[in-house]
Write a protein that binds this ligand. Structure first.
Ligand code: NAP
Length: 267
């Protein structure tokens, strides 16, 4: 059967790649960017059926979606992901480095394993670094070809980039490094009109936090953040949407804290 994809329609539609978009925060971002008019590449690693279900929803509603399997921790798979997007849509305007995993087994610092470290670092840091490197090269080329005016890259870090948890040391280190990575690429890419941002979520309702829901319910009630509620994926998506829309045009390398005020030191 002929594809229902109308390539001429896509040629003018901006394209966003959201890694880890099958569930949680990434899914919220994908839904929001589709509403904003983007064709969205919905990356996932295992959850094929939910990713394809989201793609179908986006196809039927405001935007367009395409579910793409790739382990972002593998540089070759990440490169193939970009190849496939460019082959289909011919452009890539936005990259949201959202895919991430928590510390494997949440082991105490003194028990943390090398294997766990390697897994978390591959997914949360090495993957975003090399995916960003590849996408930046493509954005420079696409801009030189007159396809793009510029681009936007958003890294989803965490309050764990500055608030330490001794049972998730490797996770904290990856998120801390992601903050620095944001500044590095922001400086390198500004001359190409590619702006790079960090969005740092607080406690957000998702599968990642589901196992520790009771703990966070109690902490939030006790005033963990000045705004005493769980964050929702839509809170993070709203921030990404505003950055991608160039709501702050004289701004790159900036971090938006979407954490109910958690980051404010208090006496
Ligand atoms: P989540 O509900 O566990 O969802 C994780 C997503 O990442 C899924 O779509 C998953 O795909 C994907 N993923 C995992 N490993 C991947 C890999 N190697 N390659 C490609 N995709 C991969 O997590 P979340 O809570 O939405 O977290 C999203 C991001 O926000 C993470 O970077 C996390 O560190 C950060 N964050 C979360 C919170 C929070 O409170 N939830 C707070 C601060 C920061 P599959 O469905 O295929 O497994």
């Amino acid at each position: 059967m002929a594809s229902s994809v109308n390539l001429s329609e896509f040629s003018n539609r901006p394209v966003a790649l959201v890694t880890g978009a099958s569930r949680g925060i990434g899914r919220g971002i994908a839904e929001r960017l589709a509403q904003d008019g983007y064709a969205v590449a919905i990356n996932y690693v295992r959850s094929q059926s939910v990713a394809e279900e989201l793609a179908a929803i986006l196809q039927q509603t405001s935007g367009d979606g395409w579910a793409l399997q790739a382990d972002v921790g593998s540089v070759s798979q990440a490169n193939t992901l970009v190849d496939r997007i460019l082959a289909r849509w011919g452009r890539l305007d936005v990259l949201v480095n959202n895919a991430g995993i928590t510390s494997v087994g949440r082991a105490d610092l003194l028990d943390a394993s090398e294997a766990g470290w390697d897994t978390v670092f591959a997914t949360n840091l090495k993957g975003p670094f090399f995916l960003t490197q590849r996408v930046c090269r493509e954005m420079i080329r696409l801009r030189a070809d007159g396809v793009l005016n510029g681009g936007t890259i958003v890294n989803i870090s965490s309050i764990s980039s500055f608030a330490v948890s001794v049972n998730r040391g490797d996770y904290c280190l990856t998120k801390s490094a992601l903050s620095t990575m944001t500044k590095l690429f922001a400086v390198r890419m500004a001359e190409h009109d590619v702006y790079v941002y960090e969005v740092s979520p607080g406690v957000i309702r998702s599968d990642m936090t589901a196992p520790v829901q009771a703990k966070y319910d109690a902490l939030i009630e006790d005033g963990l953040s000045p705004i005493r509620r769980w964050g929702e994926p839509s809170d993070v998506a709203q921030a990404v949407s505003s950055l991608v829309a160039r709501a702050f045009p004289f701004c790159t390398g900036q971090c938006l804290n979407i954490d109910g005020g958690f980051h404010i030191r208090r006496l």
